[in-house]
Design a protein around this ligand. Sequence first.
Ligand code: ARG
Length: 576
Amino acid sequence: MNLRDVLEQRISSAIQAAGGEDAPAMVAPSAKPQFGDYQANGCMAAAKRMETNPRQFAETVLDKLDISDIAQKVEIAGPGFINIFLRDEWLCGRLGDIAADEKLGVAAKAQPQTVVVDYSSPNLAKEMHVGHLRSTIIGDALARVLEFLGNKVIRQNHVGDWGTQFGMLLTHLDEVGQSGESLADLEDFYRDSKKRFDEDEDFADTARQAVVKLQAGDEHCRENWRRFLDISLAHCQEVYDLLGVQLTAADVRGESAYNDDLPRVVADLDTATLLAESQGARGVFLDEFKNKDDERAFIIVEKSGGGYLYATTDLAAIRYRTGELGATRILYVTDSRQGQHFAQVFLIAQKAGFASPEISLEHVPFGMMLGDDGKPFKTRTGGTVKLMDLLAQARAEAEELVRRKTPGLDDDHYAAVAKAVGIGALKYADLAQNRTSDYVFAWDKMLSLEGNTAPYMQYAYARIRSIFRKAAEAGEPAADSQEAGIVITAPAERNLAVKLLQFAETIDAVAATTMPNILCGYLFELAGAFMSFYEACPVLKSHGQTRSSRLALCDLTARVIQKALELLGIETLEQM
Ligand code: ARG
């Protein structure tokens, strides 16, 4: 159990024993040291419900509270807060436990879930562009965190490989011949096809027929479509590998995979008496949603004259994920504009029994990346920014920074550091935002060595590692944190100790809220606590037990930083 939960449990039982039924203790880290390490504010709500004086109620709770093994002091503050001051010896004991634990105190879930994380999921008509970045890295971080907690995570790359755009791409491919080169730049290829489609009626007709032929299983169309997908997916894989994102070819299950199941989805909606007809189209009326004219919404699943939609495919996918994959929780990481789509699809799936009520269907929305003009992020000439180009620039910007900061190293070193720092900075800048808001993309901010950035965290890590190199060079190697006992002698040590113990509750919070920025915020506080400790407490110059304890704190800090960055999908370097 994480530290916060331990306190929550103790105080909740005391509230209950004091007659507060099962009111939660609502424990959180204190905002200021004078309020202790943690503060509980659940007494107020419980007292209000019982119509009694909150301070008096808090007194009764303290009488019932059994916590002297953990806390050296508990006191009532303000209108009925309970401030908890933890015992140093207890903190040291727990630190010893997490130091000896490979997972740094993060306990596996008592009831692991099977979680499907649907992320990245680009439409394969074009090259990956900035619009795909957020889903790809937020989804990847969430998948890693959920997996670390012992859940079975199934990554699903729900690529758009079946839309009407393939008609025009296939027709253009036929026109320009089968030369491999024509597909080298998917972006150009898409643009040329689109131009032909918009300008030439005959081309457009042929393109429309090509879609029908493709979906009917025509050999030639299928073959070229497959070729197109292979190239497109290989391009995606290149981006994933460069980004250090864990998606592989095995995670791809595109829209086309559900094609044969779509008539069955419609039939099953019919059996569930949900299906209706409106202007020739078939779909589901939802009283819970309104359309533009303030009438109940009609969600089309089959167009008049045939043809299925994005929503139909998602309904089929839900059934596959709950049925075949056994998912009990499904996350959809897409931008917030798809919020209504998912709300409607989830509701229909529940009504139709495609997902039972215990299964958690969650849209994980995010805002936009903006340029410094506050408008959607574009190239200087106003075009879409290709991810490949963005990643190349990230490395170039980072290389310049590192060459400036540490001159005189060899080129291989710079290349490795530039990759870790550049890609790390790009990812961290995104993950550190509250994902629901838009954010302004700025190289200088994300590469800054001060502030809540990847380079700052990577430097903190490398700096700790250098302490150990120095110790080894001086012939006084240090025992690592798994062996040495930790003692608290100074306030800065204590502060760092508490932060280290909060790693587990942070990870639990990220998994519960699907908010990676919580982990970044924690890392920033941890690094700050370390810096204060390092300024206030000599490490290599201290002696005996103090020295080994401080070295153990250093080592544990480095391990937590490294693990946290790894969960965010960011590399660390031993030396920068
Ligand atoms: N391909 C879609 C797009 O680019 C995202 C798919 C998200 N996943 C899903 N199951 N609908 O907007």
